[in-house]
Design a binder for this molecule. Structure first.
Ligand code: IPE
Ligand code: IPE
Ligand code: MG
Length: 271
């Protein structure tokens, strides 16, 4: 019998197929979840935290190395002040309730996003969480908070421009690596899989550079209902995809299986 995802959480997922190294999740649908239950939107955000806890635990079980979650975007400031304050309050609560456990579980916590306009206590919590877990070698959990990909890209461009102006880098030699090293995710592997619950099919200014060749899985379930089964489903879907990165599929390039042009390809004729 072929082992199926989830048959035994203790088996390394590699047994089942191709595990993405870096999974990014757009945690969407909290407001609609609450609305369906005639609850205030904030109740949806509270349940969203529980979904985050479950998903982090599942990601560890399933052998994912990097999990990056979108918690608050630079565009989310445009929501009513009451909702923004509730989200900031929840962030504080999450930190106080979860950081000790995450530290014990060997999770390395990092934040990406703009820190300058955060309340000063939140900015300190961010630094504290990063320092507290910086020696951890387990799951890399990155929280995108007050994050916008365009802003991140713009800042990388500013950093490069300033290095060029100071003579530290020659503009003619700037490489993709020079650019990606200046993103807040510098040193992370590229995103392999983006999962968006909540039914919307857009990227909403998340990891535009890092997800350039990611696979996308859109899930109808709203984020507060998201759990291990949804993550497993998404990984199964990922494992069934063929990532070609612009090349031909291996079955089309294998020796003895030349492209079907009816005549020998130029390459075959010359070699
Ligand atoms: C995602 O849920 C949480 C944040 C954006 C902070 P939403 O609040 O966007 O929920 P919907 O999309 O309105 O249902
Ligand atoms: C994306 O969700 C941002 C987060 C999940 C933090 P939004 O609900 O803000 O995205 P849009 O407005 O539907 O694009
Ligand atoms: Mg939304």
């Amino acid at each position: 019998m072929v082992a199926k995802l989830g048959d035994d959480a203790k088996l390394p997922l590699a047994v089942y197929g191709n595990v993405p190294r870096h999974v990014a999740i757009i945690m969407d649908g909290n407001g609609r979840w609450a609305k369906r239950r005639l609850l205030p939107r904030q109740a949806g955000h509270v349940s969203g935290i529980a979904a985050l806890r479950n998903t982090v635990a599942a990601a560890r079980d399933l052998g994912i190395s990097y999990l990056t979650v979108y918690a608050f975007s630079t565009e989310n400031w445009q929501r009513p002040q009451s909702e923004v304050s509730a989200l900031m309050g929840l962030f504080r609560r999450f930190f106080h309730a979860d950081m000790k456990r995450l530290q014990k579980e060997n999770v390395r916590v990092r934040f990406i996003g703009r820190r300058e306009n955060l309340d000063s206590d939140i900015a300190s919590l961010v630094v504290q969480a990063e320092q507290m877990t910086e020696m951890n070698s387990g799951l890399n959990l990155t929280v995108a908070f007050n994050y916008g990909a365009r802003e991140e890209l713009m800042r990388a461009a500013q950093a490069l421009a300033s290095d060029a102006a100071n003579g530290r880098i020659d503009p003619a030699t700037i490489s993709e690596k020079d650019f990606s090293d200046r993103l807040q995710t510098g040193g992370f592997p590229d995103v392999d899989l983006v999962i968006r619950p909540g039914g919307e099919k857009r990227i909403s200014n998340f990891l535009l550079w890092q997800a350039a060749y990611a696979e996308f899985v859109f899930v109808e379930a709203l984020w507060p209902d998201f759990g291990k089964e949804h993550l497993e489903e998404a990984l199964k879907e990922y494992a069934s995809r063929q990532r070609r990165f612009g090349r031909l599929a291996p079955e089309d390039t294998a020796a003895g299986n030349p492209p079907d042009h009816g005549v020998p390809s130029q390459r075959t004729a010359l070699s």
